[in-house]
Design a protein around this ligand. Structure first.
Ligand SMILES: Nc1ncnc2c1ncn2[C@@H]1O[C@H](COP(=O)(O)OP(=O)(O)O)[C@@H](O)[C@H]1O
Ligand SMILES: [Mg+2]
Length: 353
């Protein structure tokens, strides 16, 4: 692989004041390849914004190195840093538009130091408006736009200087689900057509699922798990990661319903409640047929879903398997051998990993 476009090495950010010390980011290393869409997910306070702000050096790390576009950010002169930052666009949860200026003027603002002449700037702004689907809003003011439209303006403004990188800090968190999907779709389109590298930080795994190719999970200033989207979704290791995924797939909702069913409430001694996850074409029917043929284990499917992650099907089943308990270990091992992630669930509540 060629050198990553973003290379954070051993980044630590500590905030100190008279009374307290906050370890916002603890020794995090992160590499993002050119053209990737990289999601960083975590709850509020995990350190996501602080980490991402070290990429454009809005946040100077307490220690560690940020190398972006081949430049070590901490070694740049003030002027070189300003130029480097222009190649790193950023969008925010609350859009940060200038309310007293028109949409066109908002988008033009980052071009104030560019080499373009007036006519070129006007064309650039018009092109950007078209790119984000707001051709007819040039003379409108932010207050006249919906949240989704405001974020489109934010995106157009962020792209004004043709950055190779776009940092998105909770960019869809103030939007309703439908608008969120539209904005995520636009980001994906920009990634695919312009090749722009995107780092998307969010507390919603559903946003990550919609667009990201890789994902890192942050907790208390650290990256606790990372990998390709498919690996993370099919084989999450950390409880927090599982939490995020189950919420995104609404498995938590399904599970709550499943746990009310009599077959689960009165789960027989010869039965187990399981969550099965599989990726790709290893579909449920042959799997379950072979369980019966080989181990005399029958399956009662209580819930099933298939969703597509980057065009690859990922299946989730909640099942009760019944049979001779002595056969269970081998039957489960067989499933795992076929690439199915098998998690035994406590019928009464918490997950048994
Ligand atoms: N400028 C700052 N001064 C002091 N503490 C800060 C500052 N910025 C962030 N923090 C603290 O650092 C931790 C991580 O914050 P942040 O990076 O904003 O997390 P996230 O984006 O994941 O919600 C939090 O405890 C937050 O209160
Ligand atoms: Mg944040």
């Amino acid at each position: 692989m060629s050198a990553p476009i973003i290379d954070l090495k051993d980044i630590t950010v500590t905030f100190k004041n008279k009374t307290s010390t906050v370890h916002a980011v603890k020794n995090v290393s992160l590499q993002v390849a050119k053209g990737d869409v990289y999601g960083i997910v975590g709850y509020s306070g995990a350190g996501k914004s602080t980490l991402v702000r070290t990429i454009n050096y809005l946040q100077v790390p307490t220690s560690g190195t940020a190398t972006v576009n081949g430049q070590v950010m901490g070694q740049l002169s003030k002027n070189a840093l300003r130029l480097a930052r222009r190649k790193i666009g950023m969008i925010f949860q609350h859009f940060n538009l200038m309310n007293s200026r028109t949409i066109a003027a908002n988008i033009d603002y980052p071009l104030r130091y560019s080499d373009l002449n007036t006519a070129q700037r006007q064309k650039k702004v018009a092109d950007l408006l078209t790119l984000v689907g707001l051709q007819d809003k040039a003379d409108a003011y932010p207050a006249q736009l919906s949240g989704g439209q405001k974020q489109r303006v934010g995106i157009a403004r962020a792209l004004a200087n043709d950055p190779g990188i776009l940092l998105c800090d909770e960019a869809t968190s103030a939007l309703d689900p439908k608008t969120t999907q539209e904005i995520l779709g636009l980001l994906k389109h920009l990634n695919q057509t312009l090749g722009i590298t995107i780092v998307l930080i969010t507390h919603e795994m559903a946003a990550v699922k919609a667009v990201c190719q890789h994902v890192a999970v942050m907790e208390q200033g650290e990256i606790i798990e990372r990998g390709s989207l498919l690996d993370i979704f099919s084989q999450p290791q950390q409880p927090l990661t599982k939490d995020f995924i189950n919420t995104a797939a609404q498995l938590d909702v399904a599970l709550a319903e499943v746990r009310k069913q009599p077959a689960v409430v009165n789960l027989a001694d010869n039965a187990r409640l399981l969550h099965l996850t599989y990726v790709g074409a290893s579909t449920d029917a042959p799997l379950i047929a072979s369980l019966y043929q080989q181990y005399g284990v029958t399956a009662n499917i209580l819930y099933g879903s298939v969703e597509f992650l980057q065009d690859t099907p990922v299946g989730n089943l909640i099942v009760i398997l019944s049979g001779d308990p002595a056969q269970f270990p081998e039957a489960f091992a067989d499933l795992r051998g076929q690439g199915v992630t098998v998690t035994e669930l406590d019928p009464k509540g918490t997950v048994v990993a």
